[in-house]
Design a protein around this ligand. Sequence first.
Ligand code: ADP
Ligand code: ZN
Ligand code: ZN
Length: 724
Amino acid sequence: MPSIARIALNRPLRRLFDYTIPDDLRLVAGQRVRIPFGRQQATGLVVQTGVEPLRGISLKPVYAALENWPALPEETFRLLSWASDYYQHPLGECLFTALPPALRRGRVAEEKTQEWWLACNDGEALPANAHRQKALFAWLNEHRSGVAASDIIKAGFTRAQLRALSDKQLIKLTSPPASGSSPETVEAVSEKPALSAAQTTAASALATPAEGFSTSLLYGITGSGKTEIYLHYLKQNLEAGDQALVLVPEINLTPQTVARFRHYFGTRIVVWHSALNDSERLATWLKIRNGEPVILIGTRSAVLMPFTGLRTIIVDEEHDSSYKQGEGFRYSGRDLAVYRAHLNQCPVILGSATPSLESVHNAEQGKYRLVKLEERAGNATQPTISLLDIRSRSLEGGISRPALNAIEKTLANGEQALIFVNRRGFAPVMMCFDCGHMVECPRCDTRLTYHRRDRAMRCHHCDYQTAATEQCPKCHSDAFKPVGQGTERTEDVLASTFPQTPVVRVDRDSTQRKGSIQTILNQVNSGKPCILVGTQMLAKGHDFPNVTLVVVVNADGGLFSVDFRAPEQLIQTLLQVSGRAGRGTKPGKVLVQTCHSDHPLLKTLCEGRYLEIADQLLSEREEGQFPPFRAMAIFRAEADTMEKSLQVLDIIKPLTNIPGIETWGPLPALIARRADKHRAQLILNARNRKRLNNLLTGICQELDQSKLPAGVKWMIDVDPQETG
Ligand code: ADP
Ligand code: ZN
Ligand code: ZN
């Protein structure tokens, strides 16, 4: 009787496939195999061996194993299996998410030596009309450790241009830098400050690896020196052969953080983020799989890496919404980190100045150990936050006179100001003051944002864009004007108000080009007076010692949102942005412009005591029976008509009719049409998480067997971040 293996494929199928194992092959769970699938071949992952054969069904044999070792070691495999069940996502896609792209496609798991190019001469010799060659040369010249050929091609240059430069001996082949290091230069970090008394107390209150599994919530106000604590903690607790994982929301925005870790741990630091190319990913993945004692700093998906000796996990800015994957396998990197620590019987530290209500609640329940750090590091003090009511004030670029005065004073003192605007582009809408027409996206139920820099109107919910017009497209009136604030507009107004001062814009548009964020950071870190204008991006983890003033252009966006998480997110964003002020030796000041200065939430903000605000928000959540007091999941459906989407959810709704489960909907989503898809949702709210999970499993099975209207896509989001 041949032995049988059950195999998962990288497809959105809630089922596995059985194959016979040839006699000369030994397979274990987690191993990659080549299998026949339909008329093709596919790469599969072994889920189980020794499966009982079903009589009368003839199975095809596995062709071959791709390695004689499991690509996913046991613990990683268990993590993903658990996640597949918890998030109700097909096992195959979950498992394959943990492989680097090259291995998903079935490539051999070994590192290919990469082709790196380096500028080695001055570019004088280039003829004036060789624009592309010149541009390529200039680019290479900026990167002292060279650039991978694959990146050069991706950037739009050609092999012919490389050859031309190489023939002229302007560039040469070089060996790639140590794997995972970014080609951008980061400023050297010189000091290794000793921990303050408060930091030392906090650091020693954190659970150590010797204690096994334990979750510590490190609540440390902005600028309290949490990163410094992580560094000391790892230095003290990691042994020579240990692996560690540090999750961060965003790496490219804060190269400083990686530089600080490298300063302590040198080449033991490896990084994982979306800007790595396929061969860098493979190399980093292999290092970890081979058990090298690395400290991995990475974004969300780093939590899925194939560690074999993981001894400590740190999740920085644990409240950050980027830890939740928004599509496909909708896992929370933070929550998987906690589960993974449990699997490894090792500690996990969740750090934040504004911890999520979930984590605060867990700490209050005694599940997490709460460690507080309520003073700033070095000589820095906490900024003062005040509200600036703008109801009857005239504004320039959204900024009131008192705020402009404060900016002026800051610059005169030789300091820097940071202006927070929550929308990129010039203005959120173009409106005709004659006929009232507002330009909408033809594919979504949203308005187009006006981007003046490139004279475009863009949809921020799909990829639609069109050229901006001078006149109303409907009545051709000239009274066609931008309404509201975007970063570009604020930038323009500040640049003309303060012509002597550099104004630097930081948003997704201005940081798209490779290296641009570094240029911006260099300018800010020079310490010279400047004005930073930017979105959320500016709120994340930056340490700008000479920023002493923060202006929030409008705080009101989240005040009246229907999403139950909106107040929490508003407070977190405001406190995080505020936390950029006064991190050096000079005290900081924050001005929050609002039309609702008597709103209780904003009033408590000024007292700046996050845990008290969190308690207040938690009691509102309890009253409204929202998470973390309930377990929530959302079924979403999308189709070419709203009718079809609702139809699918109408099939689901009666299945949810069991005690302890409440449902809301089905209802059209807040943005009911997006990229020409009509979206609806059904929210499930349960007292008991286990029961909800069982119910979801049952519904998924049922749906897989039901005949649904053609062309409808449905998905489940467990622990949703957005309920709109
Ligand atoms: P957080 O991560 O809590 O926002 P950081 O770790 O970035 O804070 O620290 C804020 C600033 O304080 C950084 O410039 C850091 O170098 C400095 N710092 C941290 N700890 C100390 C210390 N013990 N002595 C002096 N400076 C410190
Ligand atoms: Zn008009
Ligand atoms: Zn759109």
